[in-house]
Ligand binder design. Structure first.
Ligand code: TRP
Length: 338
């Protein structure tokens, strides 16, 4: 419920692929927790998903998929909206385009990385204006709700900084401290590595064996964890990345008891990696089984979920409309009601 003293938290996620343990422990679990303390608004940003070459036939399904997954792990549907159902984001994005320098966007490391990757793409080298403009739309996502805090990963720090710059430039130009400068909420979240190669981050793009799907088959999850790369068992003063990753997974799944015991065993030099793997696998499977059960219940009545998210998008849109109306006034656009 809305409480005027509560700060507003906003974050968004792109509707791409299924959710893996890296996404869940690294971001989404934190979204769920923040709901107790803040007024949270979470967006599924389908406009952003169009910035890279994509399959027009699949986008809609991906959007509903991620909504289902978010709901299954505990994100309240009343806090969720779909970006394209709130077209004011795009309109405010346009206005912000006029308060942002081309050079600023060209400097964004994510643009440089992604456009370079596209450049190397054999079949489709296309780099869209949308990709360059991506952070301006992101700025609109944040400022349209006058968010106080934006929980994001370090990789989004530069985009958040840009949103502060745009807000500042806007305020300066209209001669009013209209937008609050949003702050990042950098909660310590575990960085989950690939169990097949603990030197690289868990990610879908690296290939099948490099990520563990939250809604995947329990046997597969268990197998992936049990075959995790650890180390040769040679005595060493530092914990190997693979073992560290397993401990991190155990802690992240809130199995503190076992985490403590096994950590003690490790320190005493008598931890058997096999035991660690079995324990981690059990903790993760227990957690994911619950999520899968939740998902099945949700999928049993898809229409109810869709109706809920349409209704929440409608409610959230009212806030966006209010801001846009004020902004149009401030920048000298006509505010006419037809
Ligand atoms: N760029 C973010 C990411 O890739 C997604 C995003 C879009 C976002 N709009 C946002 C995150 C607004 C926070 C706030 O993770």
């Amino acid at each position: 419920m809305s409480d005027t003293n509560r700060k507003t938290v906003l974050s968004c996620i792109q509707p791409t692929g299924d959710m893996h343990l890296g996404n869940y422990f690294g971001a989404v679990k934190n979204w769920v927790a923040l709901q107790d303390k803040y007024d949270c608004i979470y967006g599924v940003v389908d406009y952003h998903a169009m910035t890279m070459p994509y399959d027009v036939k699949k986008l809609k399904n991906s959007t509903w998929d991620i909504i289902t997954n978010l709901a299954a792990v505990g994100v309240k549907t009343e806090n969720l909206f779909v970006q394209s159902l709130v077209p004011e984001h795009a309109e405010l994005g346009w206005i912000f385009n006029c308060f942002c320098g081309v050079g600023e966007l060209m400097r964004m490391t994510q643009f440089k990385d992604k456009s370079q990757k596209q450049e190397e793409e054999k079949s489709n080298k296309f780099i869209s204006v949308g990709l360059l403009d991506y952070p301006v739309l992101q700025t609109a996502d944040i400022l349209i709700y006058k968010a106080d805090y934006v929980p994001v990963g370090k990789d989004q720090e530069q985009h958040l900084e840009l949103s502060r710059n745009i807000a500042g430039k806007f305020n300066h130009q209209v001669g009013k401290e209209y937008f609050v400068l949003p702050e990042g909420l950098y909660t310590e979240t575990p960085k989950i590595m690939s169990t097949a190669d603990p030197m690289r981050k868990m990610s879908k793009s690296a290939g099948e064996k490099h990520y563990i799907s939250v809604f995947g088959d329990a046997k597969r999850i268990s197998k992936q964890i049990k075959s995790a790369v650890t180390d040769t068992g040679e005595p060493s003063d530092v914990m190997s990345p693979g073992v560290e990753n397993l401990f991190r997974l155990l802690k992240a799944s809130d199995d503190t008891e076992n985490h403590m015991q096994l950590m003690d065993a490790y320190k005493d030099g008598n931890l058997r990696y096999g035991d660690l793997k079995v324990t981690v696998a059990e903790a993760i499977v227990k957690m994911t089984d619950q999520f899968k059960e939740n998902k099945e219940k949700i999928l049993a009545d898809k229409k109810a979920l869709k109706d809920q998210v349409k209704a929440s998008s409608y409610e959230i849109r009212k806030k966006a409309q209010e801001t846009l109306k004020e902004v149009k006034e401030l920048v000298g656009l006509l505010n006419v009601r037809f």
